[in-house]
Ligand binder design. Structure first.
Ligand SMILES: Nc1ncnc2c1ncn2[C@@H]1O[C@H](COP(=O)(O)OP(=O)(O)OP(=O)(O)O)[C@@H](O)[C@H]1O
Ligand SMILES: [Mg+2]
Length: 603
């Protein structure tokens, strides 16, 4: 139960609902408790007076006796009806409080988890797959809800009912009570066992189902590759295998499931049999009335379902505990970027890396070592370097997607760990290297970061403006639905270059102070690149820019060029200076020029 302590805070939060719920549970049981007694009265009256009734056969008195009978039976029927209605009402309120409480907790817990997700850093997301994150927030939370709602409700209900009924039964006949209660522990245990098996099998089924789903999902995403490699038959076979394993698991669950009801009925039947057999003997001995037998059978029936639910509840609690354990693991994960927000960032004046060193926690690769450089407001800075040299890592560190190992990164003289991260990131327009588009319209993808509620027409106008800057407007207008085209999952309908250009338009949309473009033109041809760079020059005039690239030709006019190699800064300066140095930058330049010459001569 230790893991479930984590949800105690919610019981405190919803203490009034919980308390009311408990009161409703107990009072509903009190109202149900006397039904068997009334039935005993009614049965006894009939039994005791039936002989008298028969004796008066043929006399006028018989009619009076009949009215008298009818009156009593109607009287008890009415009492039973009224108490049952009240019991029913109280049960309604019991669900309205306890189950409503569990739904509230579910809502809170989902939000708590989601907030945590928002704060966790990239390492966490690299470590855990999407399926896991989804199942924590959906399946695990709803299992915990089963503990907070139904399990607790049935526990209280069974506890209250059990004490009351046992008290009533022992008052009537202790010996018989003891005997008929004997099968109950077996019932609880066997139901617990069966529920446990059912739960385990259900879990396997849900794992199999999620495997099947992600398998299908991957096939849909990679369908172009699968078809072009002509391996669809093999893929079909894999799917067939997985889906027949899924079917097998379901059939096996159905088998166990069908044990459940017969098992219950068998054990209830056993208790009833004992009541009738031993109770009958007691009636003969004169210790018991026929009404008592009826009463006992009712008590047994009242007890069996709740007691049986105990077994079920125990397995619910076990499942909830396993789920809460997983949730706790996520909540305790400290791969978190904490926004301490000690210093507001009204504008980004300087960004300073000071001997920054960073190692990727999972691979242990030292991506950045001892790196120092400064970017001042309004400067156009470029980073160039070989593939794998650490360029994208610099961008990620600058956004504080990770925290560095040693050294420091400062924004306006404040450590990046102390600034208001939300405000800071809001001033940056970032185009990541691996472009991501949401499966939404092109327009919505571009206006994505828009924080001011503006009307749709103005938004569209602005989207067009930025699409023109990034030279993608023409491409969009060729589509049938133009800006309202849904780009498909991850933008599958668009070419790599189109996606990149839309992504740049998105990063410019909010008029950020600082624009961070990571290799954002790798998928466009040299001519388009030139046009875009030309357009960008005008729109980025007053902004601070950090431009990451492989191509020297794109950055010749930049204020500062940082040459990165194996995570270290090896050279920095303006294009002409660096050429004069005749070092690494010069080599890259020469190499790329030769390649271009070669290309041109081949054309
Ligand atoms: N998420 C990650 N986890 C672990 N290691 C990583 C991760 N991302 C990058 N690396 C490693 O860090 C090093 C630097 O990678 P980075 O992506 O910064 O290079 P890059 O200069 O941007 O390369 P490219 O020009 O190909 O984009 C590489 O050795 C890479 O393998
Ligand atoms: Mg990169």
């Amino acid at each position: 139960m230790k893991e479930l302590y984590a949800v105690n805070k919610y019981f405190i939060k919803y203490k009034w609902l919980l308390l009311l719920g408990v009161i409703f549970v107990i009072s509903s049981n009190i109202f149900g408790l006397y039904t068997p007694t009334y039935i005993r009265y009614a049965v006894d009256i009939v039994f005791e007076n039936i002989a008298l009734y028969k004796l008066t056969d043929g006399f006028a008195k018989q009619a009076i006796l009949k009215t008298y009978f009818n009156y009593f039976i109607m009287y008890f029927a009415c009492i039973i009806l009224i108490t049952s209605i009240i019991k029913g009402l109280l049960m309604f309120f019991m669900r309205q409080t306890l189950i409503v409480m569990s739904r509230n907790v579910e809502y809170d817990q989902k939000n708590e988890l989601y907030q945590k997700y928002q704060r966790l850093n990239t390492t966490f997301y690299k470590r855990n797959n999407t399926g896991d994150l989804m199942s924590r927030i959906s399946e695990d939370v709803s299992r915990v809800r089963m503990y907070i709602g139904p399990a607790i409700m049935y526990f209280i209900n069974t506890g209250a009912l059990f004490l009351m009924v046992i008290y009533m039964m022992f008052n009537i006949n202790a010996y018989l009570s003891f005997l008929v209660l004997l099968p109950l522990p077996i019932l609880v245990y066997s139901i617990y066992k069966v529920s446990d098996i059912i739960n385990k099998k259900s879990e396997q089924i849900s794992v199999a189902l999620s495997g099947l789903t992600s398998q299908a999902q991957e096939v849909y995403s990679g369908i172009r590759i699968i078809q072009s490699f002509g391996i669809h038959q093999q893929v079909q076979q894999d799917f067939h295998d997985a889906s027949s394993a899924y079917r097998q698991k379901n059939i096996s669950l159905a088998k166990v499931d069908s044990f459940f009801a017969p098992l219950m009925l068998l054990l209830i039947g056993l208790s009833t049999l004992l009541v009738v057999y031993i109770g009958g003997k007691e009636v003969v001995n004169g210790n018991f009335t026929a009404g008592n037998i009826a009463e006992f059978i009712f008590y047994i029936n009242m007890l069996t379902w709740p007691v049986a639910s105990l077994g079920w509840c125990v397995s619910l609690v076990q499942r909830a505990e396993a789920s809460q354990k997983r949730i706790n693991q996520f909540l305790k994960d400290d791969n978190e970027i904490v926004n301490t927000a000690q210093y507001p960032i009204k504008s980004i004046d300087t960004i300073k890396f000071n001997k920054a060193t960073f190692i990727y926690p999972d691979t242990g690769i030292q991506a950045i070592s001892d790196l120092s450089f400064t970017i001042n407001k309004g400067e156009k800075v470029a980073i160039i370097g070989k593939t794998g040299s650490g360029k994208s890592t610099i961008a990620e560190l600058l956004l504080r997607n990770y925290d560095i190992e040693s050294g420091s990164i400062s924004i306006n003289q404040h450590n990046i760990k102390q600034i208001d991260l939300h405000e800071y990131r809001g001033k940056i327009g970032y185009t990541p290297q691996d472009v991501f588009l949401f499966s939404d319209t092109i327009k919505n993808n571009i206006v994505f970061a828009n924080q001011i509620a503006e009307n749709e027409e103005i938004l569209l106008e602005k989207a067009i403006q930025f699409a023109k800057v990034t030279h993608v407007h023409h491409d969009i207008m060729l589509l049938k639905q133009q800006y309202n085209t849904i780009v498909g999952e991850r933008g599958v309908m668009l070419s790599g270059g189109q996606k990149q250009r839309m992504s740049i338009a998105r990063s410019l949309f909010n008029n950020p102070e600082f624009v961070l473009l990571d290799d954002c033109l790798s998928a466009v041809d040299a001519k388009t690149e030139k046009t875009i760079l030309h357009n960008l020059q005008a729109s980025l005039k007053d902004k601070t820019v950090l431009f990451i690239t492989h191509r020297v030709s794109a950055i010749t006019h930049f204020d500062k060029i940082l040459v990165i190699d194996e995570g270290k800064l090896v050279e920095q300066g303006r294009h002409e200076e660096l050429l004069r140095n005749k070092s690494i930058y010069y080599d890259i330049y020469q190499l790329q020029r030769q390649k271009n010459d070669l290309k041109n001569s081949n054309m």
